[in-house]
Design a protein around this ligand. Structure first.
Ligand SMILES: Nc1ncnc2c1ncn2[C@@H]1O[C@H](COP(=O)(O)OP(=O)(O)OP(=O)(O)O)[C@@H](O)[C@H]1O
Ligand SMILES: [Mg+2]
Length: 262
């Protein structure tokens, strides 16, 4: 099996905090990979290390068969990313943002216009195309960030919580778009806390907790791997149940909060 992305012992520390503690990712080419974990588990830090936004403290990686430490520009040319903080320029409009990114990727003018119009249409941002990003809502920024990641026609997409803050109509559009991207041979590495959505979209899952991988593999294998007795080999288990089992989250009793809503 060829991999779009592999890491060996990927590690990132911030002072005393070990955010990513030696993880081995294996993301098959053409897969829709959901990277899950509790808040603070190390997902965004991992994505930043994989996309060159942060330097790993240790470990190695191969992206699209290339070592990004040796060929960073070649990797960036073929990869799209929506990072957690979106990285947009407030003083540009949406159209200017797309033009800026398209020019950096050497997309010719006519093609850039065609792709920009299609993406603005897809994201229902046509009416805001000439407004400054500074005046955009949270969801509009996220949609523009996704449009800029798609514009150069990447082979591999890294999406850090792409559906967070997106309305139901746009979410359906984006889901369909991402599915068709994978059907055409692209690979997606996505983080999300919306497990029901991940379950519908993703075919491979990795779960991280406290910076360490606790499970990884095809979703169907994970269903069986955490099956409990009498559960028909795990066929009926939802991703939420699998996740809660893996990260060992016992449901705890609420504190009384008797000062609240008296
Ligand atoms: N720039 C930073 N400086 C110091 N600590 C950081 C920094 N970035 C992340 N961390 C720490 O690294 C750990 C992992 O954070 P990260 O943002 O990767 O988690 P996450 O899995 O993306 O969480 P969430 O689901 O809340 O987005 C946390 O303990 C966090 O406090
Ligand atoms: Mg995060």
């Amino acid at each position: 099996m060829t991999h779009a992305l592999q890491t060996q012992g990927l590690r990132r520390v911030f002072g005393d905090v070990v955010a990513v503690d030696g993880i081995d990712l294996a993301v098959p080419a053409g897969s829709f990979y959901g990277f899950l974990g509790p808040n603070g588990a190390g997902k965004s830090t991992t994505i930043k290390c994989l996309t060159g936004l942060l330097k790993p403290s240790d470990g190695s990686m191969t992206i699209l068969g290339i070592n990004p430490a040796e060929h960073p520009v070649e990797v960036k040319r073929r990869v799209g990313v929506v990072p957690e903080d979106l990285a947009l320029f407030d003083r540009l409009t949406a159209l200017e943002t797309l033009t800026f990114v398209g020019t950096a990727y050497h997309i010719d003018r006519a093609e850039l216009q065609r792709r920009s119009a299609e993406l603005l249409d897809l994201m229902t941002l046509q009416d805001a195309a000439d407004s400054l990003v500074a005046d955009y809502s949270h969801g509009m920024r996220k949609k523009l960030a996704l449009a800029t990641a798609l514009l150069p026609g990447p082979e591999l997409l890294f999406l850090d919580e792409p559906f967070e803050g997106i309305d139901a109509v746009a979410s359906r559009q984006i889901r369909n778009l991402l599915k068709s991207f994978v059907e055409r041979g692209g690979t997606i590495f996505l983080t999300s806390h919306i497990l029901e959505l991940v379950e519908r979209l993703c075919d491979h899952i990795g779960v991280i907790a406290n910076g360490r991988m606790v499970a990884q593999g095809p979703l169907e294998e994970l269903r069986h791997g955490v099956a409990v007795e009498g559960d028909a080999a795990g066929a009926g288990r939802t991703l939420e149940q699998i996740f809660l089992d893996l990260v060992g989250a016992e449901e705890s009793e609420l504190p009384s909060l008797d000062w609240l809503a008296r």
